[in-house]
Design a binder for this molecule. Structure first.
Ligand code: MG
Length: 336
């Protein structure tokens, strides 16, 4: 077997690789009764008395490094903060490892580091340790940034992607497809003809606001594999179905245009500044109202609810229903 691009594309193919090569060959996969590797959640945890330390790591290989709406620096910090946040933990600190190609422009590196710092300042997160390596020309495509994040949550308050309850409402914090479609259209050369921008942003404010209302049961950030993958993951892991009202899913005009032009499903491409959450039915409206007041949550919607069915069902305004499957792989490669 040889590794292909789809093995890193956040769908079924990648899941198989993780199970067959990683999980099978690693014996020690959790600390005490924390969230471990086998759980395949957005992050893992180490329980320590009244608290749990949440940890998550991400290697960033995005191409190009600078794209409409952001760069690899902003992406690497926001992406890691978001994985900590959707565990219900307050993000605190980042470890940052950079592998840079020989000959890489120093000014670009500085811009990237400044982008990292901006997101950190916005969210009150610190970069407290790191590592810098350089590889020869021709052996690396520009740079790889690996960020590891640490967060804290009170013991017992961690949010899992498997903890939806029957009857919960599903809140989506904003439009989907922006990141994947912005990258794709930029690569195809018509990026500047649209005003399509990546949604890359830290979602901690949205998450913290939602947690304060007390109704959140489960969360996930719909990154690789998009909304389709994230909805299927929380549904499968919770052993419950979802009924999603398609008209409630926010989609920007240029995203629809680009997806039609390229034949790519906007529900299957990555988002980098969004969150989906299950919220107790009684607190869903209140939570939505609170999220709408946050910087990145103004387009949030209740898009559906948790059902006894085992599938994710999309229902159109005219009553047509179809099963929304998880993608085999994200159709846009090197997206984060
Ligand atoms: Mg995630």
């Amino acid at each position: 077997m040889k590794i292909g691009m789809s093995h890193g594309a956040g769908g079924e193919v990648m899941q198989n690789l993780i199970s067959e090569i990683l999980l099978k060959n690693i014996k020690n996969k959790k600390v005490n009764d924390g969230v471990g590797l086998d759980d395949l959640d957005d992050g893992a945890s180490i329980p320590l008395g009244d608290w749990e330390i949440v940890i998550s790591t991400d290697g960033h290989t995005i191409d190009p490094l600078f794209f409409p709406g952001g760069d690899i620096g902003k992406l690497s910090i926001a992406g890691t903060i978001n994985d900590i946040a959707v565990m219900g933990a307050k993000p605190l600190a980042i470890a940052n490892a950079m592998v840079i190609r020989e000959g890489f422009p120093g000014e670009d590196l500085e811009t990237i580091v400044q982008s990292m710092d901006e997101v950190c300042q916005e969210t009150g997160v610190s970069i407290i340790t790191g590592d810098t390596k350089v590889m020869e020309q021709g052996k690396l495509d520009q740079m790889i940034i690996t960020t590891t994040g640490i967060g804290l949550v009170k013991n017992g308050e961690i949010k899992r992607d498997s903890s939806l309850n029957l009857g919960d409402k599903i809140i989506l914090s904003g439009s989907v497809g922006d990141h994947g479609m912005a990258l794709m259209s930029y690569r195809e050369g018509f990026g500047y003809d649209t005003d399509l921008q990546s949604d890359v942003a830290p979602i901690w404010e949205i998450v913290e606001t939602a947690l304060n209302t007390g109704g959140v049961t489960s969360m996930k950030d719909p990154t690789r594999g998009g909304l389709a993958n994230a909805l299927n993951e929380i549904s499968n892991k919770s052993g419950l179905g979802l009924l999603i009202e398609e008209d409630k899913i926010p989609l920007k005009e240029p995203v629809i245009a680009v997806s039609e032009m390229l034949g790519i499903d906007p529900y299957e491409v990555a988002n980098e500044g969004k969150v989906i959450m299950g919220v107790d039915d009684n607190l869903a409206e209140e939570t939505l109202k609170a999220i709408k007041k946050t910087k990145y949550g103004s387009e949030a919607q209740i898009i559906g609810e948790v059902t006894k069915d085992k599938h994710v069902i999309l229902e159109t305004s005219v009553g047509g229903k179809r099963i929304l499957e998880a993608p085999i792989a994200d159709p846009v490669p090197r997206v984060c």
